[in-house]
Write a protein that binds this ligand. Structure first.
Ligand SMILES: O=P(O)(O)OC[C@@H](O)[C@@H](O)c1c[nH]c2ccccc12
Length: 400
């Protein structure tokens, strides 16, 4: 297997954001900087270029700080924060509304997502998706510490072989003449609360497979969806043959390796969160690992961005706005109309209609709009017998 060094794509580019300029302008940041620099302590070292810049900048205004020394742990946090600010800038320039990190200062105390500073306009998430992403950043930083990439790469040697996610969807579509089904193992969501109390992920997965699902999607986010990587792993080890999508909020390449180590065959990349460069870079990593990527869009702008990226084979149109939770299945139709739809067909992209599908009419509606696959959670997971739920959703038994 070829290897690729995992670094933030943003950090490889030359940042337009200038920490020095920011310090100069910032009235807010100075006291924070000074708390990072206890003058009486001498056995700490300045270890990053950014902090050297910070020091000389402060020398302009104050003679005392030139002797200041910064603890290395804080240095890394400041660097991390600066990268986050740069990511916010890049994302905003592409029309992405989700800010990758809280913009009002370096996270001095990574205790919980919103505890590191007093609440203010800058560090309060604007919507649920932003809250999830900020929390995910903290979660992934902690997970990475426990399992650094080299360890994770070793674990890949024992990962189960990859199954072809896209091929399974296409095969189901040609076999049934209906969209291939990705059935979602989903216990809860922030918009709907708990969907099923007696939740046995393996049992549900087996019922989905029996009912004719081509692929399964397994929510792994714990805090907001009550999912887990243990669920993914348990389903993979249970004898279920359907390819598995790891339904996670991916913001770092490390998570892709982790998903693979836990048995994923595909991962989700959300265009409303990830700038183009991240999508390109992460798609490349997925290809190296043999994983499929489902790139999710919600509006025309995101779809147009994704259509400019080469090598994207599977695009999901989410009918749910993850910022407001509003669901409207006509979104799928809207994004597949006219020239845009034509380009999608020309590129041979398989389109997945996602969310809010409950009846055979809903399935026909998105199929007529042009999808070859659907992603369904709530309407199936709520059924006592999810296999029967599939037949009811499609208006016929698709398991044969
Ligand atoms: O339960 P529904 O309405 O059938 O939706 C399933 C799936 O589309 C939804 O869970 C989903 C789509 N994109 C996501 C991104 C993150 C978490 C969840 C999702």
């Amino acid at each position: 297997m070829e290897s690729l060094n995992v670094i933030s794509s943003a950090s490889t580019a030359k940042p337009r954001f200038s920490f020095q300029k920011f310090l100069k302008k910032s009235t807010f940041f100075r006291p924070v900087t000074q708390t990072l620099m206890p003058r009486h302590t001498t056995n700490w070292t300045i270890s990053t270029p950014i902090l050297k810049a910070q020091q000389s900048e402060l020398e302009d205004g104050s003679a005392t700080v030139s002797e200041s020394i910064i603890p290395e742990g804080d240095a890394l946090k400041v660097k991390d924060w600066e990268v986050g600010m740069f990511q916010n800038e890049v994302a905003a320039s592409q029309g992405i509304r989700i800010r990758r990190r809280p913009p009002s200062g370096p996270p001095l105390h990574y205790v919980g997502p919103f505890e590191f500073r007093l609440q203010n306009e800058g560090n309060t998430p604007r919507n649920i998706l932003e809250e999830i992403i900020w929390h995910k950043h903290v979660e992934v930083s902690q997970m990475k510490e426990r399992k650094p990439l080299p360890t994770l790469k070793k674990a890949l040697d024992n990962a189960p072989p990859v199954r072809d996610f896209i091929r399974a969807l296409k095969a189901a579509n040609s076999r049934t003449g209906l969209p291939g089904l990705i059935a979602e193992v989903k216990k809860a969501s922030p918009s709907r609360g708990v969907l099923r109390e007696d939740f046995d992920p393996v049992e549900i997965a087996k019922a989905y497979e029996k009912g004719g699902a081509a692929c399964l999607s397994v929510l792994t986010d714990q805090k907001y969806f009550q999912g887990s990587f243990e669920n993914l792993e348990a389903i993979r080890n249970s004898g279920v043959k359907c390819p598995l999508l790891c339904k996670e909020f991916i913001i770092e390449a490390w998570q892709i390796y982790y998903a693979r180590a836990k048995g994923a065959d595909a991962v989700l990349l959300i265009a409303g969160v990830l700038p183009d460069l991240d999508i390109k870079y992460m798609t490349k990593i997925c290809k190296l690992l043999g994983l499929a990527t489902l790139v999710e869009v919600h509006d025309e702008k995101e779809m147009d961005r994704v259509l400019q990226i080469d090598g994207i084979e599977l695009v999901g149109i989410n009918n749910r706005d993850l910022e407001t939770f509003k669901v409207d299945i006509s979104n799928t139709k809207k994004l597949l109309e006219g020239d845009r739809g034509e380009r999608i067909r020309q590129k041979g992209i398989t389109v997945v209609g996602e969310s809010g599908l409950f009846t055979p009419d809903d399935i026909s509606y998105v199929q007529e709009a042009g999808v070859k696959a659907v992603l369904v959670g709530e309407s199936l997971v709520k059924q006592k017998d999810p296999a029967k739920g599939i037949s009811e959703l499609f208006g016929k038994d698709i398991s044969l």
